[in-house]
Design a protein around this ligand. Structure first.
Ligand code: NAG
Length: 469
């Protein structure tokens, strides 16, 4: 332990502790009441039955007496010192009438179930917190994480994955740490190892920490379907739920997308936000997930043209109803103010705020609508030019007036009957015209009159459903 601390301090000095610890929560311990079908640990008058086909190692911490026991064909007990199981004839008065208790089949516990892991920034914090919050894909172990199966516990985990191997930095089992793949594969092919790790893939140990101070990507997206299969999304109350990268559910809250430079340090920035904001009592109910993610830039939402990396800061609060996400948005605004003031010292080039209470900025429906509208305008102008050219009237129109026509968005020329864009009843009912931010802008609002079919692109109702999709 002392050695580990010295090592951690050394690593901290060299600034390369992007290390994260992920600990497996369930166990197959004899003393854990949740492992028995009756919800209590069997005692002296009880007969216990392990399903014949159960392949399980069971950790036993203390001495137990039972009135009978049926063992599986392929199991194993791990006895702590002083622990034991003995079968006595007759009743144990302190245990009551007794009965038959079944050990639950542990085969259903999946490595890629985000609810079965907890995360912390150090080995010590795994025991008592603070625990870290992550988007679903990163709640399960990432490629550079240290994976811990708690000492003094047995477990069984289904490691079935998209690929043959599931890479992590290290694995600790029963107090023994494996930082080398040949040691670990030897262990996992032992009898006990096979009871603990089963499924179609194998955990593979790289021994490699994240060596990029700006952060490393988790790289679990290949297993996204597997991960999200285990997640049940909550009902949402906000107007424009957000879709964080790596998360299985839409959220009410805020996302700050940070464009960083080489001098950015994800760990110290995490600490800064913790220290400056999250430690304030007003922000206590907020959960923050920060990580480096890849964003695929798409033209018109479908055609990918580039992949960029950014730091995604996801902020969630526990409020529901009309207040849902509002506190998280307030914090996001504080973070943006801090970036505006200090960003250049922090290695931050720019940042965007996406909020669930209204149309967000960035590549949202609004930007897409803008692009589509731009193309429509271009096509309209080109066909007009071609048409006029054909009729030989082009020479009669002077260029400045053509430009002015585009700037005025044709209110004069194309107004009249087409002006219905503003009278759209859906538009009115929504009653949020003033909330439409600069992005939609007066220009694009005017552009609405250009073409009847263009109306729906800036209708906020459309935008909302589109974002939900
Ligand atoms: C018992 O198991 C449950 C679920 O597997 C787990 O959440 C809990 O922490 C365990 N209890 C103890 C005391 O370890």
């Amino acid at each position: 332990m002392a050695n580990r601390k010295v090592l951690l301090i050394l690593l901290a000095l060299f600034g390369s502790t992007c290390a994260l610890y992920k600990q497996w929560i369930p166990d197959t311990n004899f003393e854990n009441a949740t492992n028995w079908d009756k919800g209590s640990v069997p005692c002296g008058s009880d007969q216990v039955i392990f399903p014949t086909s159960a392949k399980v190692a069971v950790y036993v911490e203390t001495a137990h007496t039972l009135s009978g026991m049926i063992l599986p064909v392929n199991g194993e007990f791990i006895l702590a010192s002083g622990a034991g199981l003995s079968v006595i004839d007759g009743q144990d008065p302190s245990c009551g009438a007794g009965g038959t208790t079944y050990f639950r089949d542990p085969d259903s516990s999946k490595w890629f179930d985000p609810a079965l892991w907890k995360a912390a920034s150090s080995f010590d914090h795994l025991q008592s917190g603070p625990y870290l919050f992550f988007v679903h894909e990163e709640a399960v172990p990432c490629q550079h994480d240290d994976v811990v199966f708690r000492d003094g516990s047995s477990f069984r985990v289904d490691v079935s994955a998209h690929e043959n191997s599931v890479p992590v930095k290290s694995v600790s089992v029963l107090g023994r740490r494996f930082g080398d793949n040949s040691d670990f594969s030897q262990y996992s092919s032992s009898h006990l190892g096979k009871l603990q790790f089963h499924g179609s893939s194998a955990v593979q140990i790289s021994g490699l920490a994240c060596s990029d101070v700006t952060g490393c990507e988790c790289e679990n997206s290949a297993n996204r379907d597997r991960i999200c299969l285990n997640v049940k999304c909550p009902q949402l109350d906000c107007k424009s739920p957000l879709n964080p990268v790596g998360h299985c559910c839409e959220i009410c809250g805020a996302i700050v997308s940070i464009h960083f430079s080489d001098s950015f340090n994800i760990e110290s920035y995490h600490q800064r936000l913790q220290h400056l904001f999250l430690s304030l009592s007003k922000y206590k109910p907020i959960k923050m997930a920060m990580s480096k993610v890849s964003i695929t830039q798409r033209l018109l939402r479908f055609i990918p043209y580039a992949v960029t990396q950014e730091i995604q800061v996801v902020l969630l609060d526990e409020n529901t109803g009309p207040q849902s996400g509002k506190l998280a948005e307030a914090l996001a605004q504080d973070i943006i103010r801090d970036i505006n003031a200090q960003g250049s010292h922090l290695g931050i080039n720019s940042a965007e705020l996406h909020a669930s209470s209204g149309p967000s900025n960035g590549m949202s429906g609004g930007a897409v609508a803008g692009i589509i509208l731009g193309i429509l305008v271009l096509v309209a102008v080109l066909s007009l030019v071609v048409f006029l050219h054909h009729r030989g009237t082009l020479a009669k129109i002077n260029l400045p007036s053509l430009i002015r026509w585009r700037q005025n968005s044709g209110i004069g020329e194309l107004g009249g009957p087409l002006d219905h864009g503003f009278d759209n009843p859906m538009f009115e009912k929504q009653g949020n015209l003033p909330e439409i931010p600069g992005l939609y802008g007066p220009e694009s609002l005017k552009s609405i009159t250009l073409t009847q079919s263009g109306v729906h692109f800036v209708n906020p109702l459309y935008d909302e459903t589109d974002f939900n999709a």
